[in-house]
Design a protein around this ligand. Structure first.
Ligand code: COA
Ligand code: HC5
Length: 638
């Protein structure tokens, strides 16, 4: 049996991980030496995730509902919450069991979270769960350049992997506090495996014989590429280049069955197809080689030609998120693989990652390192030893599998057609302007998004922002609810001509402060969403009937995030993207740099009310209008 939570993603009986530490940019790999056990010592020193007080969560839940509910609905929900939290009530009982669970486990939440948020979630991982990442356009435009860059990229990842293997990555910090580093162990040599009702994740990094190969996919054909010499040294970029050339020249024909497209399917369908695919011994071995590999490298074919910077960036985001459909590169992937690097022929590069094992920041830290590595001149001398031919992975395609592939193509193409992706660079300012006004840049951006949405729809909506829980051992995320009473008061006043600018600025400050204080509460484990989830899971586990607060329409409304957002900062000037989490909502990912902000907005074409370009425009207007207001208004209390 395979466990599910990060630490338990080790086959029972296997060796526990030894260590790592910290994101690359603070690392000096040259002088680094291995300190065995450093990782475990660090992890043990981290605090455990607290269970917030029940009364506090109940009160905060009601406050969070205020901006998104009508008065009568709120009154009804207050009654349900009072009933839930009363002395001797079901809430108290569940709270006690949850506190017990917290004492017995390393993290009371992480295992449940991976199950609920990822492994039990049955929509395709493509668009609905796996994020994409677009790197700056690289300086090549032909096959030779593509191969050359790919070779350097592989060498860069292996360089990062050495730091993981040697435990020489220093510990990351947030607000002065050390963070859990576990996720760094989970991203290489891992893969998701489809099940009939629930998926699982395997991590081969911790096996007694950790993998020494990556998988390369070109023209929908998969290859095993050993990336270490027999003496254990990683292949140099020159050696990798030779090997990639051999792969490309032995996969020139472009009529291979795109087996990889099966991984784009609804998880139940893929779970079924997986069983039929792996009945065949050759297929099983091929799939296993992909699953065990350190990561997958996708050498892509062409994408549709577009003109203009914004259209190019949006097309690149689509390439990273879903590959463009079966006629383009969606079949040139194995979406279950935790980490896939994608290299186009025209200098477009990026990655796609399967979200179950890790959050964005460790992936971004790895990618920042790789980009820096690819920019350095090569110093290493290449050994003149002949290398074995990379092994092609064969698949026997039965009529049944052929049918599954055709169905997957159709479903993928519908999804690709449906996704409305818009990448924009807001170039007027970045973190610098809010900072100059003594405001948290992230809070400023979130409040601007509330304003943009309100201007488009004349109402507020439940809004999700990811907050890191990595201050705690095995911590993942909680939700910052960006729609607050303070943000609602601000957005309603902003275009009201009867209001004075000084009042608007005052409301803006309050909204920004409210957001920053929610953030502080969330990163310190005192937000409401994961606690409410925990109490519900506890009821499920104890087989008691689900309390009425969870079947209330207000709860469904609170979880219907029409704005699903995330800040993912990076050193490299890149754009991350993901899909909306509801059919009538938006996915908004942003990377605030010092003097500009990269945004990726997504929505579904099938929804007539949403339009990513309109939201992007409204966001730009909101940010500019907020700055103008600040610049033209003397601050009230200065
Ligand atoms: N005045 C001046 N400067 C301020 C300020 C103020 N009032 N408030 C904050 N700043 C500065 C900070 O010092 C920081 O400076 P830096 O750029 O030198 O580091 C900068 O502004 C950014 O701070 P802020 O915008 O407040 O955000 P943050 O960096 O604290 O990030 C979250 C907020 C919620 C994004 C972060 O806590 C978090 O949880 N990140 C992880 C999210 C995640 O996991 N995403 C991916 C999910 S897969
Ligand atoms: C390359 C980074 C992409 C960021 C992905 C992200 O933010 O995922 C969120 C994870 C979480 O637990 O909050 C989920 N979200 C995309 C739905 C916001």
């Amino acid at each position: 049996m395979w466990g599910i939570c990060s630490r338990t993603m080790v086959k029972v009986g296997m060796v526990k991980p030894c260590g790592l530490i910290k994101p690359c940019h603070l690392v000096k790999p040259v002088s680094a030496t291995r300190v065995p056990g450093r990782y475990l010592t660090h992890q043990k020193g981290l605090p455990t995730l607290p269970v917030p007080p029940l009364q506090q969560t109940c009160e905060r839940y009601i406050s969070a509902l205020e901006p998104i509910l009508e008065m009568d609905q709120l009154t009804h929900t207050k009654e349900l919450v009072d009933e839930f939290k009363k002395a001797g009530g079901v809430g108290e009982k569940l709270q006690k069991s949850l506190e017990k669970r917290a004492q017995k486990t390393e993290n009371w939440l992480s295992q449940w979270w991976v199950q609920v948020a990822y492994l039990d979630y049955r929509l395709p991982v493509v668009v609905h769960s796996s994020p994409g990442l677009v790197l700056p356009h690289m300086n090549f435009s032909d096959k030779q350049g593509q191969i050359r860059f790919a070779a350097k990229l592989i060498a860069g990842v292996l360089d990062f992997k050495t730091m993981i293997d040697n435990e020489t990555l220093p510990v990351e910090h947030l607000g002065g506090k050390a963070l859990c580093m576990n996720q760094y162990y989970e991203v290489l040599s891992s893969c998701r495996i489809p099940g009939l009702k629930r998926d699982s994740v395997v991590n081969h990094a911790k096996s007694s014989r950790p993998p020494k190969h990556i998988t390369v996919v070109h023209n929908f054909q998969f290859f095993v590429l050993d990336v270490y010499n027999s003496d254990g040294t990683p292949l140099t970029a020159d050696q990798l280049c030779v090997q990639l050339e051999r792969i490309c020249s032995s996969s020139l024909q472009d009529n291979a069955e795109p087996v990889g497209i099966l991984t784009t399917q609804h998880r139940d369908s893929w779970g079924k197809a997986y069983i039929s695919l792996t009945k065949d011994k050759t297929n099983k071995e091929s799939v296993s080689a992909i699953q065990r590999s350190i990561f997958t490298l996708c050498l892509d074919g062409a994408m549709p030609q577009v003109s203009g910077d914004e259209a190019y960036r949006s097309c690149a985001a689509v390439q990273m998120l879903h590959g463009g459909g079966s006629q383009w590169n969606s079949g040139n992937r194995w979406f279950d693989k935790t980490l896939q690097f994608i290299i186009g022929q025209d200098g477009t590069c990026g990655a796609n990652y399967e979200h179950a094992p890790a959050e964005g920041p460790p992936i971004v830290a790895l990618i920042d390192h790789v980009v820096e590595y690819t920019r350095k001149p090569e110093m290493v001398r290449t050994p003149m030893v002949p290398l074995p031919m990379p092994k092609k992975l064969h698949f026997n395609i039965t009529p049944e599998i052929k049918k599954d592939i055709e169905e997957a193509k159709q479903a993928m193409n519908i999804l690709a057609q449906d996704l409305d992706m818009r990448v924009t660079v807001f170039s007027h300012f970045g973190k610098n302007v809010p900072k100059a006004h003594k405001m948290s840049p992230d809070a400023f951006i979130q409040v601007a998004l509330q304003l943009a949405y309100y201007r488009m729809y004349q109402r507020c909506c439940a809004t999700y922002e990811s907050a890191s829980l990595r201050m705690f051992r095995l911590g993942r995320t909680d939700t910052i609810r960006s729609a607050s009473s303070a943000s609602a008061a601000f957005v309603k006043a902003f275009d009201d001509t009867s209001k004075q600018n000084t009042e608007k600025v005052d409301l803006m400050e309050k909204a920004v402060k409210a957001h920053r204080s929610y953030t502080n509460m969330a990163v310190s484990g005192q937000a409401i969403d994961r606690h409410l989830l925990g109490l519900k899971m506890q009821a499920v586990e104890e087989k008691v009937s689900i309390p009425a607060i969870y079947t209330d329409t207000a709860f469904a409304k609170a979880l219907h995030y029409k704005l699903s957002t995330s800040q993912v900062p990076s050193k490299t000037d890149c754009v991350m993207c993901f899909g909306p989490v509801v059919p009538d909502g938006y996915g908004v990912c942003y990377n605030p740099m010092e003097d500009h902000i990269n945004f990726a907005m997504s929505s579904f074409n099938a929804c007539k009310e949403t339009n990513s370009a309109h939201l992007a425009q409204a966001m730009q207007d909101a940010l500019l209008d907020m700055r103008t207001l600040l610049e033209h208004t003397p601050r009230a209390k200065l």
